[in-house]
Design a protein around this ligand. Structure first.
Ligand SMILES: [Zn+2]
Length: 446
């Protein structure tokens, strides 16, 4: 397939803009890039997809999400409104996740995948919990991901908060699924589904559980996906349990490292940042969630300056990663009372380069960039620049002018999942109707 007449932003090392550009896709990969005139002459018999002047960009990556959060939209929480983060966990999330049954897991994932394709998000790193439906839960999500045709890395959030038996089941679900994805159980998940080891957060994990999970993950050859110092409650709990702050405690057990994703890192001090940098741990920033939970402002500019790979996630908010980028751009200026903080170029670094680095932990071929040999995850976005668009200023166009609602075409691994805003792999109407039905039933159980 030859995409022609696009304004290509490559987001590779050179970060080029090719106006009136073309992309040749062969199989799952990008085979050539250049001007429309050059590539149409070179490949005259290719099937053509006309971008009609739209922006052509790599599909977006969401480095931390919870598909099951979809069923919280509009849900009334019984009793007084939660006053702080521990109350939000207890009154909302830990009631919701306990109520999740098989159909809820499937439809909450599917509605997120519809939303992701609509907004050009082609790779998602999910963190799943359903304490009353653990074994096999990751297979249900994997099936939805494959039906949708996007990429996702899955794991189960191990926690001690529901008793020993659930801890055990959570550990086993990670082990089983990692082995399946790695093909050891004869499963063949292709290049769409990846796996890692999920841990909820330091505050719900005992020393014994951490020890056991680290030994097992080492055996499996994977890192972790865990919430880190999202709220001061996590720090207080860690100090009480171990006399150490969260990053220090997790590092003592060997949880951190280049394969580990530490979501949030809102309450980390300078010493902890050094540990994150030295261990090569990937931090994922979720600005909308942090603002919504009023947990604080992570020192993302400081972490980026130190050279920590900070990526961007949505923590279960809408799968429009452009909105997450816009929020990241605004939050730190207000947080530090300094308009110079967090340039649009730094937001692009998190959302594209750093997220691509994180996603590449789970998928063998390069992704998150338009370059020859990379996976053909491409989106076309409707955007008419009203001022000159250049290699030097495109990040500010993306922050001030481009939004996920302008995504017209979504392609993953050369397969077109949405064209002219019409979904080709999922039946949106049916999925939304079923989702409303199952979410309504779940709300009654909550
Ligand atoms: Zn989260």
């Amino acid at each position: 397939m030859l995409i022609v007449n696009g304004t290509i932003i490559t987001f590779d090392k050179e970060n080029q803009i090719i106006s009136d550009g073309a992309i040749l896709i062969t199989g799952e990969h990008i085979a050539d890039l250049g001007s429309t005139a050059e590539l149409t002459a070179k490949y005259p018999t290719e099937e053509v997809l006309d971008a009609q002047g739209k922006l052509a960009m790599p599909g977006l990556i969401c480095a931390h999400t919870h598909f099951y959060g979809a069923f919280a939209r509009g849900m009334a929480i019984p009793g007084a409104a939660p006053q702080n983060f521990p109350e939000i966990l207890e009154k909302l999330w830990w009631r919701l996740d306990k109520a999740l049954l098989w159909q809820d897991i499937r439809y909450s994932a599917l509605v997120c995948l519809v939303d992701a394709i609509r907004h050009g998000t082609t790779t998602l790193i999910d963190h799943h919990a359903s304490p009353n439906a653990i074994e096999g839960s990751l297979d249900i999500i994997a099936q939805a991901v494959e039906e949708a045709g996007v990429r996702a890395c899955l794991c189960y959030e191990v926690t001690d908060r529901d008793g020993e038996e659930k801890t055990r089941e959570g550990i086993e679900e990670n082990e089983r699924f990692v082995k399946k994805v790695k093909g050891e159980l004869g499963g063949n998940q292709g290049n769409l589904v990846g796996a890692t080891f999920g841990l909820h957060a330091s505050l719900t994990l005992s020393d014994e559980t951490l020890e056991e999970c680290v030994a097992l993950a080492e055996e499996l050859g994977v890192g972790f996906h865990i919430h880190v110092a999202e709220d001061m409650a996590d720090v207080r709990d860690s100090l009480k349990k171990s006399g150490l702050r969260v990053v220090e405690r997790l590092n003592e057990f060997g949880v951190l490292g280049r394969q580990t994703i530490a979501a949030h890192c809102v309450h980390v001090d300078a010493y902890e940042m050094d540990i994150l940098r030295e261990t090569g741990t990937r931090v994922v920033h979720n600005p909308r969630s942090n603002m919504n939970n009023a947990v604080g402002v992570a020192d993302v500019p400081g972490m980026l300056k130190l050279g920590i790979d900070v990526g961007l996630g949505n923590d279960g908010f809408s799968n429009n990663m452009f909105t997450e980028m816009h929020t990241a751009y605004l939050l730190h200026k207000l947080g530090k009372s300094d308009p110079r903080i967090m340039g649009a170029d730094q937001v692009m670094q998190m959302a594209f380069q750093n997220n691509a680095q994180i996603a590449s932990l789970f998928f063998t071929d390069p992704l998150g960039q338009l370059s020859v040999g990379a996976l053909a995850d491409v989106i076309l976005v409707d955007y008419q620049p009203t001022t000159p668009l250049t290699e030097g200023n495109f990040p500010w166009h993306i922050i001030f002018g481009v939004d996920g609602t302008g995504v017209d075409t979504t392609i993953v691994g050369g397969r077109v999942l949405m064209r002219n805003k019409k979904l080709l792999t999922l039946d949106e109407e049916e999925i939304c109707a079923k989702s409303r039905e199952w979410a309504g039933k779940l709300w009654k159980r909550v």
